[in-house]
Design a protein around this ligand. Structure first.
Ligand code: ZN
Length: 198
C-alpha cells in the first residue's frame, strides 16, 4: 500500500485490524471517513473514546455496562434466583432478543479450552461461585455447543452439583460448533425450554 500517503495507510491499517474487516472494507471505510464532515468524524471518535472510558463490567453479572449494575441486574422484575451462564455479552443479547427469559445472567468472558491453554481460572467462574452463596434456584448453562462450550458446561455442573442447586443445560438444537449469537430466536427459545437437568 505504498501508493497511499502515510496517514491514509495508518487509518486503513487501524480499521483492518478490527475483526471482520478485511483490507478492501478497511479502504472503503477509510475513504468514507475522510469524506465525512469533520463534525461527524469528531463525534465518531469521541463516541468510541467515551465508550471505552465509561464501559465496564456489571458488578453482578459481568456483562458490559456503563453503570455499577447493568439494566438487567437492576431490574426488580427479573428473577434474581435463576442465573443463565453465557460465554460473552453477545450471547446474552441473543437471549434477550427472544424477550422470553426472565432470569438474570452470568457472563464468563470465554470458555475453558485446554488446547488454547485457557483454564477455569482464566474465565469468570470464581465470581459465579460467589454468586451462589446467595439464594439461587437454578443455574442454566448456555455455553456454546462447541468443544470448549461443552467442556465448560461439564466443569460448571461438577462445580455446582455439591451445592444442591439445580443445574441445567440448554437443549441441543443449537447446532454443534454454533455460536449462540447467530442462531435465530425460535431455536434459542426451544433450546431454553427443552433444557435438561444435569
Ligand atoms: Zn448485570
Amino acid at each position: 500500500m505504498e501508493y497511499y500517503s502515510n496517514q491514509i495507510r495508518l487509518l486503513v491499517e487501524q480499521l483492518a485490524s478490527l475483526p471482520g474487516i478485511g483490507g478492501k472494507t478497511a479502504q472503503r471505510l477509510a475513504f468514507h471517513i475522510i469524506d465525512m464532515p469533520k463534525e461527524r468524524v469528531e463525534k465518531l471518535a469521541e463516541t468510541i473514546l467515551k465508550a471505552k472510558q465509561t464501559i465496564r463490567y456489571c458488578s453482578q453479572c459481568l456483562t458490559l455496562t456503563d453503570q455499577e449494575l447493568c439494566p438487567i441486574c437492576s431490574n426488580p422484575a427479573r428473577d434474581q434466583k435463576t442465573i443463565m451462564v453465557v460465554e460473552n455479552p453477545r450471547d446474552m443479547s441473543a437471549y434477550e432478543k427472544t424477550g422470553k427469559y426472565e432470569g438474570v445472567y452470568h457472563v464468563l468472558h470465554g470458555a475453558i479450552s485446554p488446547m488454547l491453554g485457557i483454564g477455569p481460572s482464566d474465565i469468570r467462574l470464581k465470581e459465579l461461585v460467589h454468586r451462589l452463596e446467595k439464594e439461587v434456584d437454578e443455574v442454566i448453562i448456555a455455553t456454546n455447543s462447541s468443544l470448549e462450550g461443552e467442556t465448560t458446561a461439564m466443569y460448571i455442573s461438577k462445580l455446582i452439583k455439591p451445592t444442591g442447586i439445580k443445574v441445567s443445560r440448554i437443549a441441543s438444537g443449537v447446532p454443534v460448533g454454533g455460536d449462540l449469537e447467530y442462531i435465530d430466536e425460535v431455536t434459542l427459545l426451544r433450546a431454553l425450554e427443552g433444557r435438561v437437568e444435569l
